[in-house]
Ligand binder design. Structure first.
Ligand code: GDP
Length: 319
């Protein structure tokens, strides 16, 4: 009984984007007590569409945990329809993102709560409750849609969504900027979980894009500093010299990082304790720099997610 209380005293703080980490959350929810999960989520891709605030990463976290995410695309709600989006198109009103009808309901509720004066954090917890969730979902800031990820290409500056959706991620990338990040403060909830001096708290950086998903969270005032007081484990989103999916490779290169698990380590080197890399990977760097642990880190289905979550549970239990 005493042991159980001791184990539960460890708080699990997860840093998340909208694809790789939500995939892992499916398993983490089964292995840990859901209410023990404190998930800090990137908001640098949040955007107002047709009068409603879309928070792509927060939405994916909610949908994944609720078992409702469209697992083919890893965004939006499974089996959703697009009647409103296509009707608007027929009326020559082209939305900058494909928004499903069920997905839009989430955005409407969030935006209505914001208009009533709720914080973004409160809207996330209110939505989580509506989806039957007990995890503590924390948008990285309560400054609404105040950061915007810009991709600098040789020809132009593109919003992240324009680069990834309209241009299919094809242009060369010279730099990645987080417009507005200097003025943004971490939310109170984020500060509270990261600044508590419970030394046994574990921070897990999920397998998310280190530049555009985790980068904005780490760029906020004081966050990197707070992480130096925590035990931090990261799961690499890079296997070999390629991301498992998405544009992380191009972005890491543009920021001067090698596209490899070693490059991922370099993104987090000032606070990282353990890096989980794929069993197929060579680790060429000096092993003194960080503890490197190998396992299968590719999540093909829910069973893989649970297996990786169990591996992480065992790993952090020994820390
Ligand atoms: P975004 O918000 O959609 O960019 O999503 P994330 O940043 O959360 O996730 C994108 C990252 O997840 C990419 O860099 C992928 O390489 C990584 N990723 C996707 N699926 C997996 C997986 O099964 N295993 C690992 N290790 N990484 C993955």
């Amino acid at each position: 009984m005493f042991w159980l209380v001791f184990v539960n005293a460890k708080k699990m703080i997860i840093l998340s984007g909208g694809t790789g980490t939500p995939k892992l959350l499916v398993g983490l929810k089964q292995v840990f007590q859901e209410e023990e999960l404190n998930i800090i989520v990137n908001t640098a891709e949040d955007v107002w569409v047709s009068g409603n605030l879309v928070c792509p990463d927060v939405d994916s976290v909610i949908y994944a945990l609720a078992g409702q995410i469209d697992e083919d695309k890893w965004w939006g709600v499974k089996d959703d329809s697009f009647f409103t989006h296509t009707t608007l198109k027929r009326f020559d009103y082209v939305e900058q993102m494909m928004i499903g009808d069920k997905d839009r309901a989430t955005h409407i509720i969030r935006s209505e709560l914001l208009r009533r004066g709720e914080t973004l954090t409160k809207t996330a917890s209110s939505l989580a409750t509506r989806f039957g969730l007990t995890a503590n979902i924390l948008p990285m800031t309560d400054d609404v849609a105040s950061v915007s990820t810009q991709i600098i290409t040789p020809e132009e500056k593109l919003h992240f969504q324009e680069f990834w959706i309209a241009k299919s991620g094809e242009p060369e990338v010279l730099d990645v900027l987080f417009n507005g990040i200097e003025t943004v403060q971490p939310s109170k909830g984020v500060k509270d979980v990261l600044s508590s001096d419970a030394g046994e708290d574990i921070v897990l950086i999920g397998p998310s894009n280190p530049i555009t998903s985790i980068g904005p969270i780490l760029s906020m005032d004081g966050v990197r500093q707070m992480l130096t007081h925590k035990k931090v484990v990261a799961v690499s989103p890079i296997v070999g010299h390629n991301p498992v999916s998405g544009p992380a490779g191009k972005f890491m290169q543009a920021k001067g990082f090698e596209v490899s698990p070693y490059g991922v380590y370099r993104c987090y080197e000032d606070f990282l304790d353990v890096l989980l890399i794929d069993e197929s990977d060579e680790w060429l760097a000096d092993k003194e720099e960080v503890e490197v642990v190998k396992t299968d880190i590719i999540i093909r289905d829910d069973a893989d997610s649970k297996e990786l979550a169990m591996f992480i549970q065992e790993l952090i239990g020994a820390m």
